[in-house]
Write a protein that binds this ligand. Structure first.
Ligand SMILES: [Zn+2]
Ligand SMILES: [Zn+2]
Ligand SMILES: [Zn+2]
Length: 956
C-alpha cells in the first residue's frame, strides 16, 4: 500500500460477510433443502453412518389415515422427530419407521357418505368392493399426510412406512389373535358394551367421548314383595316400596333387580299408608324432591338386611331382586354409564341425586352385568341393533329407546309408580364418530378376559399393572393414570360389526354351530392373508380358508360359516410392536420410547400393553412420554369452524415449517400447548434472534482458516475464555434437557445463551476487536476461534429442532466435516471447572449493567450521543477495586466507551459511576475518541490503535 494514494479507511474495517442471509425466506428455502436431502438420500445415509452404534428405538404410534394433518398431528410428529434426531446426535442408531392406522369406522363412515352423495348405499356394493374403496381412501389420505410430515423436515422410512392394512400386517394381526387364544384369554359372551345405534356397532372405550346431555331423571317406587317384617318388625304388615332413581327410564323394562350397599344404613319412612325405603342419608332429600312431606322414619337397618328379598317390577309382572353391591354410592349414578375412567366418574358424582337403591338391568350396564352375574340373573337386553325395543317388550315394542324415555315417564305417571321426574344435565357417553349418545347393550361379542387365570399364570390385568409400575412414565403422573385405567377396565371387547378391518378368523360349524377358534387354524388363515391380504376372508369360501378336509370335532361335518365381525382397530394398532418392531431388521422389540397424546392411555398405550403381554409377558415399551393438547390462547380446543385454529399448512406457506418446529420446542409439551397468531408471531421473533446470533458468528468468520488461524485457549483473551466457559455450561444444560426429552428446556437454554450471553454481552463487546483490528491480529483471531466453536456448537445443538436452519449454519461454517448437520453429533462438554472464571465475569457484568444504565441516563439527558463519546469514571474500593484494576485494560471495551478512569473511593462498598464527555477527538476509522488522533503523519485522522492496525494491515 502506498502512502501516496489516499487511503479508503472504510475498506480497512473488517465488516461481516457471509452467504447465510439475514432474511431466512424459509417458505422458499426449506423445499430446496428438502430436495437436497432427498438427492443425498439423507435418511439412509444417516442409517449407514450410525451402523454399529447402540440402538434407540422410538416406535411411532400410527396416526389415523383419514383426514389432513392439523396442528396437533404436526406437533406429535415433530416431537418424535426431536427424540429421534437428538438421540442420533447423542451417538445412537435411532431409525424411525412411521406408521399409519388404516382400518376402522371413520374411513367406513367417510366412504359411506361418499356413496350416499352418489345416491348409493353400502349394501349396493359387494363387501370386497366396499373394502377396496376404503383401502383407496386410506392410501390417498396417507399419501397426503406423508407429504405433509416430510415437509415438516421429519426424516424417516417414508417410502416404506408400516400400514395396518398391508398384507403382512393383517396377517400379523390375525396371528396375534391366535396368541391371545393360546393364552386362554379369548371368549365369546353376551355382555353389555358401548353400542352406537346410529352406526350399529359396538364401540371400544377409546371410541366414546363424554358430552353434556339432558336426560329425564326419575324416582320410581318398586313394591316390596317379600315380608317386610324380615327387615324390621316395625314394618310388619305395611305397604313397603323401594325407591330407585335413574336417568335412563328406557332401561326400566329390562330391570331385573335393585342393588343396595351392604354397609350403608337404610331407613324406612312413612307417607300416609305407604312406607318408602332409601338410604338414611338421603331420606330428607328424596322426600323433599318427591313431595312426600316431613318424613317420619319408622325403621333403620343396614343394607345387608335387604339381601335377596324381592320387589315386584314397577309395572311388569315379574320380580326385581334386591342385591348387595359395593358399587352403590350415595352420589347418584353408579352403573357403568358413569364410566370406568376414574376421573370421569369423579366429575359426575357431584350433587346428591339418587336414593342409594340402584336400578339394575344386567343387559344395560357394566356394574349391573357384574352383580347380575353374581346373583344369577339373566343378561336380559330387549333392545335391537338399531336401538328399538324388541317385540316382547310390553307397551313399548318397536320404539326407539331415546324416544321411549318420555313415553315411559308418562306411562309410569299414569300408573302411579312415578314419584318425581325432572330434566337432568349430566356427562353422557357419545359416539366419537357420529357424536350421537350411545347406549349400553348386551350383545354376543368376542372378548379378551382381563382376569382369566390359567396354569398358575398371572391374569392379563395383574401382569399389565405390574408392568405399568416398571415402565418409566413422563410426566410421572402417567403411572397413576395407567394403573387406574387398568384397574377399572372391563374385559376388552374386540369384535366390531363392521367390514373395514381384519376379520376375526373364527369359523362356525354349519351343522352344530360349534365355533372354531383354533390357533393352528388361524395361523393357516394368516398365511393366506400374508399372500392375498385380509380380503381373502371375503373372496374365498370358508372351506378354502381352512386347512384341507377340516372336520368339526363335535359333529364331523365339513360345512363352515365364517365369523362376520372384524377386530377392534385398537387391536390392529396394538399389534404394531410385534408386526413392526419384530419384523424389521433395523428395529427391535421392545421399544425404548412411545410418545403420544394423553388420550392414548385408553387407546394405544393400553392396547399395545395387552398385546405385548400376550406376546412376551412384557410391556412393549420402557418409557412412555405423554404430550398435551393443542389449544388456542384462551385454552379452548381449536376448531376450523370456531376460527381459532392454526393450520400447519398456512404457517408453512407463510413462515416455514421451522416455525412449527420451534413452536413445538418453545412450550412445555407435557402440558397443553397454546397456539394463536400472536403466539406464533412471538415464535417468529424468537427464530429471528437465533438466526441473527448464528449470522453474527458466521459473518465474522469470513477469511478464517481454522487450521492456520486458531488460537489455543491458553493464549486467548480472557473474555474469549469466558465465552467458551459459558458455551460449555450451556452445552451441559442442553445435553441434560435432550436426555430427559425436555425440549422446551433445550430451547430456553439456547435462547437465553443466544440473546443474553452472546448478543447482549459477548458479541457487543468483541465487535470493536473484530471490525477494527487488523484481520490477522491475534486478539481478533482469538475471538474468531471462539466464534467458530460457538457457530459449530449452535448448529449441532439446534440440529434436532431447527433442522433446516441448523443445516444452513453448518453449510456456512469454515470447517464443517459432515455433509449435513444430521450426520454430526452434539458437541461434548468438558468437565473442567470454570466456576472461578464465570463468577468473576458475573461480577464484571453486574458492574457493566450499572454503567450501561448510567450511559443511558446520560444519553437521555443529551450529555452524550453514542456511548463512544463518553468517558466513564469509576471509583471503588476493596475487592471491587481489585477486580476493576485487574481488568482495567478491558473496561473500555466492556462498556463500549472511549475511555475509563478508575479511582479509589473511600465510600465503602459499591462502585460510583460518573459519565463525562470523552477526551480528544473522534477517530475517523473506529469512532473512538482519543487525545492522540493526529499523531501519525501517515494516518492523520485516526487514533493510535488504528495507526497500529493500519501498519499491521500494510505488512500483511
Ligand atoms: Zn356412532
Ligand atoms: Zn359341528
Ligand atoms: Zn481508531
Amino acid at each position: 500500500m502506498s502512502t501516496e494514494t489516499p487511503l479508503d479507511l472504510k475498506k480497512t474495517i473488517n465488516l461481516p460477510k457471509t452467504s447465510f442471509a439475514q432474511k431466512a425466506n424459509l417458505a422458499q428455502s426449506e423445499p430446496v433443502r428438502l430436495e437436497k436431502w432427498n438427492k443425498l438420500d439423507l435418511y439412509h445415509l444417516i442409517r449407514r453412518t450410525c451402523e454399529g452404534r447402540p440402538k434407540f428405538i422410538l416406535h411411532d404410534g400410527p396416526p389415523y389415515a383419514n383426514a389432513d394433518i392439523h396442528l396437533g398431528t404436526a406437533m406429535n410428529k415433530v416431537l418424535k422427530d426431536f427424540v429421534v434426531k437428538s438421540r442420533t446426535m447423542m451417538g445412537y442408531d435411532s431409525p424411525y419407521v412411521p406408521g399409519y392406522d388404516c382400518h376402522g369406522l371413520p374411513i367406513e363412515t367417510h366412504v359411506e357418505k361418499g356413496l350416499e352423495k352418489k345416491g348409493k348405499k353400502k349394501t349396493d356394493l359387494s363387501v370386497e368392493t366396499f373394502r377396496r374403496i376404503c383401502r383407496e381412501h386410506a392410501e390417498n389420505a396417507l399419501k397426503s399426510q406423508t407429504r405433509d410430515f416430510k415437509r415438516l423436515g421429519i426424516l424417516g422410512e417414508w417410502d416404506n412406512p408400516y400400514l395396518t392394512m398391508s398384507n403382512h400386517y393383517e396377517a400379523e394381526t390375525a396371528r396375534m389373535f391366535a396368541r391371545f387364544i393360546e393364552r386362554g384369554w379369548v371368549y365369546k359372551g353376551l355382555r353389555p358394551v358401548y353400542w352406537c345405534i346410529r352406526d350399529q356397532t359396538a364401540l371400544a372405550e377409546a371410541e366414546v367421548e363424554y358430552h353434556q346431555h339432558t336426560s329425564p331423571s326419575v324416582y320410581v317406587k318398586f313394591p316390596l314383595q317379600s315380608d317386610p317384617a324380615l327387615i324390621d318388625p316395625a314394618l310388619a304388615g305395611r305397604k313397603v316400596f323401594v325407591v330407585i332413581w335413574t336417568t335412563t327410564p328406557w332401561t326400566l323394562p329390562a330391570n331385573l333387580g335393585i342393588a343396595v350397599h351392604p354397609d350403608f344404613e337404610y331407613a324406612a319412612f312413612e307417607n300416609g299408608d305407604e312406607v318408602f325405603i332409601v338410604a338414611s342419608e338421603l331420606v330428607e332429600a328424596v322426600s323433599a324432591k318427591c313431595g312426600l312431606g316431613e318424613p317420619k322414619v319408622i325403621a333403620r337397618f343396614p343394607g345387608s338386611k335387604l339381601d335377596r328379598l324381592e320387589c315386584r317390577h314397577a309395572w311388569l309382572d315379574r320380580p326385581s331382586l334386591l342385591m348387595l353391591g359395593d358399587h352403590v354410592t350415595l352420589g347418584g349414578e353408579s352403573d357403568a354409564e358413569t364410566e370406568l375412567d376414574v376421573s370421569e366418574a369423579q366429575k359426575k358424582t357431584d350433587g346428591k341425586a339418587g336414593t342409594g337403591c340402584v336400578h339394575t338391568a344386567p343387559g344395560h350396564g357394566h356394574d349391573d352385568f357384574v352383580i347380575g352375574k353374581r346373583y344369577g340373573l339373566e343378561i336380559y337386553c330387549p333392545v335391537d341393533n338399531a336401538g328399538r325395543f324388541t317385540p316382547e317388550v310390553e307397551h313399548f315394542a318397536g320404539q326407539r329407546v331415546f324416544d321411549a324415555n318420555d313415553v315411559i315417564v308418562e306411562f309410569m305417571r299414569e300408573r302411579g309408580v312415578l314419584l318425581f321426574s325432572e330434566k337432568y344435565d349430566h356427562r353422557y357417553p357419545h359416539c366419537w364418530r357420529c357424536k350421537n349418545p350411545v347406549i349400553f347393550r348386551a350383545t354376543p361379542q368376542w372378548f379378551i378376559a382381563m382376569d382369566q387365570v390359567e396354569n398358575e399364570q398371572r391374569s392379563l390385568r395383574a401382569t399389565a399393572i405390574a408392568e405399568t409400575e416398571r415402565v418409566k412414565w413422563i410426566p410421572g403422573w402417567g403411572v397413576d393414570r395407567m394403573r387406574n385405567m387398568l384397574k377399572g377396565r372391563p374385559d376388552w371387547c374386540v369384535s366390531r360389526q363392521r367390514v373395514w378391518g381384519v376379520n376375526i378368523p373364527v369359523f362356525y360349524c354349519a351343522r352344530c354351530t360349534e365355533a372354531v377358534a383354533d390357533p393352528a387354524v388361524i395361523d393357516h388363515v394368516a398365511d393366506i392373508f400374508e399372500k392375498e391380504s385380509g380380503d381373502a376372508w371375503y373372496t374365498r369360501d370358508a372351506r378354502d380358508l381352512l386347512p384341507e378336509d377340516f372336520t368339526c370335532k363335535s359333529c364331523g361335518a365339513q360345512e363352515w360359516a365364517k365369523e362376520s365381525d372384524i377386530l377392534d382397530v385398537w387391536f390392529d394398532s396394538g399389534t404394531s410392536s410385534v408386526a413392526v418392531l419384530e419384523n424389521r431388521p433395523e428395529l427391535r422389540w421392545p421399544a425404548d420410547v412411545y410418545l403420544e397424546g394423553g388420550d392414548q392411555f385408553r387407546g394405544w398405550f393400553n392396547s399395545s400393553l395387552m398385546v405385548g403381554i400376550a406376546a412376551h409377558d412384557r410391556a412393549p415399551y420402557d418409557t412412555v412420554i405423554t404430550h398435551g393438547w393443542t389449544l388456542d390462547a384462551q385454552g379452548r380446543a381449536m376448531h376450523k369452524s370456531a376460527g381459532n385454529s392454526i393450520e400447519p399448512d398456512k404457517v408453512i406457506k407463510q413462515s416455514g415449517a421451522e416455525i412449527i418446529r420451534l413452536w413445538s420446542a418453545s412450550t412445555n409439551y407435557f402440558d397443553d400447548m397454546r397456539g394463536s397468531d400472536e403466539i406464533f408471531q412471538r415464535v417468529i421473533d424468537g427464530y429471528r434472534k437465533l438466526r441473527n446470533t448464528a449470522r453474527f458468528a458466521l459473518g465474522n468468520l469470513d477469511g478464517f482458516d481454522p487450521k492456520r488461524d486458531s488460537v489455543p485457549v491458553s493464549e486467548m483473551e480472557e473474555i474469549d475464555r469466558w465465552a467458551l466457559a459459558e458455551l460449555n455450561r450451556v452445552t451441559k444444560e442442553v445435553w441434560a434437557a435432550y436426555e430427559g426429552f425436555e425440549f422446551h428446556n433445550v430451547y430456553r437454554a439456547l435462547f437465553s445463551f443466544a440473546t443474553v450471553t452472546l448478543s447482549a454481552r459477548y458479541f457487543d463487546i468483541i465487535k470493536d476487536r473484530l471490525y477494527t483490528f487488523a484481520p490477522r491480529n491475534k486478539a481478533r483471531r482469538s475471538a474468531q476461534t471462539v466464534l467458530l466453536q460457538i457457530g459449530d456448537a449452535l448448529a449441532r445443538m439446534l440440529g434436532p429442532i431447527l433442522v433446516f436452519t441448523a443445516d444452513e449454519i453448518w453449510e456456512n461454517l469454515p470447517d464443517r466435516k459432515e455433509e449435513s448437520i444430521h450426520l454430526a453429533l452434539l458437541p461434548t462438554a468438558s468437565d473442567e471447572n470454570h466456576d472461578a472464571l464465570l463468577g468473576e465475569w458475573e461480577r464484571l457484568y453486574a458492574i457493566r449493567d450499572e454503567v450501561l444504565r448510567a450511559l443511558e441516563d446520560a444519553r437521555v439527558a443529551k450529555h452524550i450521543g453514542s456511548s463512544l463519546e463518553a468517558k466513564v469514571i469509576l471509583k471503588a474500593s476493596g475487592s471491587a477495586l481489585e477486580l476493576l484494576q485487574k481488568h482495567l485494560k478491558d473496561l473500555r471495551y466492556l462498556f463500549i466507551v472511549s475511555q475509563v478512569e478508575l479511582g479509589n473511593s473511600d465510600a465503602g462498598a459499591g462502585v460510583s459511576i460518573t459519565i463525562t464527555g470523552a477526551d480528544g477527538t473522534k477517530c475517523e476509522r473506529c469512532w473512538n475518541y482519543s487525545t492522540r488522533v493526529g499523531e501519525s503523519a501517515t494516518f492523520p485522522t485516526v487514533c493510535e490503535r488504528c495507526v497500529l492496525a493500519l501498519q499491521e494491515i500494510e505488512q500483511e
